[in-house]
Write a protein that binds this ligand. Structure first.
Ligand SMILES: [Zn+2]
Length: 169
């Protein structure tokens, strides 16, 4: 089921999510809905709190378009194990429709998480997938991409966003 995506400044986007204690049918359903919602919105990553569920769950699919098969990642209670290098990327966010912000992040990460079977999984992410992971990891901690830029850049991004919102009404 496609769910509504919360947009900034919804308070759940500023609230750190809780760890998942039991991976049950409810979590399976949540993950299924997250993929449907993400694909429908043409996104490459989604955090559970973006659809109003304050749990530490993210999904990602950064497969380049039309290349099969898609690599669908489900990350429950994800953690960064190590990080290195830096990359600057113009990011978008489904919770800030229309806004792009250039953010600097780590270029390479080792991460671990649980999958839907409750097994610990490890991934090495580099470049774009690393950017997407860090963006979604921030969501799970109640941080949005405008929090990752400072001063004038941040103010200008928020101004652009408020203009975009007015155009939408
Ligand atoms: Zn986002």
């Amino acid at each position: 089921m496609v769910r509504d995506i919360l947009t900034y400044p919804h308070p759940l986007l500023r609230t750190p999510t809780k760890k998942v204690q039991v991976i049950d049918r409810e979590i399976e359903e949540l993950v299924r809905d997250m993929f449907e919602t993400m694909y429908q919105a043409d996104g490459v990553g989604l955090a559970a709190n973006q659809i109003g569920v304050s749990l530490s769950v993210m999904v990602m699919d950064t497969t380049p378009k039309k290349e099969a098969p898609p690599v669908k990642l489900v990350l429950i209670n994800p953690e960064v194990v190590s990080q290195e290098g830096s990359i600057s990327y113009k990011e978008g966010c489904l919770s800030f429709p229309g806004l792009t912000v250039e953010v600097e992040r780590f270029n390479k990460l080792q991460v671990r998480a649980l999958n839907l079977r409750g097994e610990e999984v490890h991934y090495t992410l580099e470049g774009f997938p690393a950017v997407v992971f860090q963006h979604e990891m921030d969501h799970l901690m109640g941080i949005t991409f405008v929090d990752r830029v400072k001063g004038l850049k941040r103010r200008m991004a928020l101004e652009r966003y408020s203009k975009l919102q007015k155009q939408r009404v």
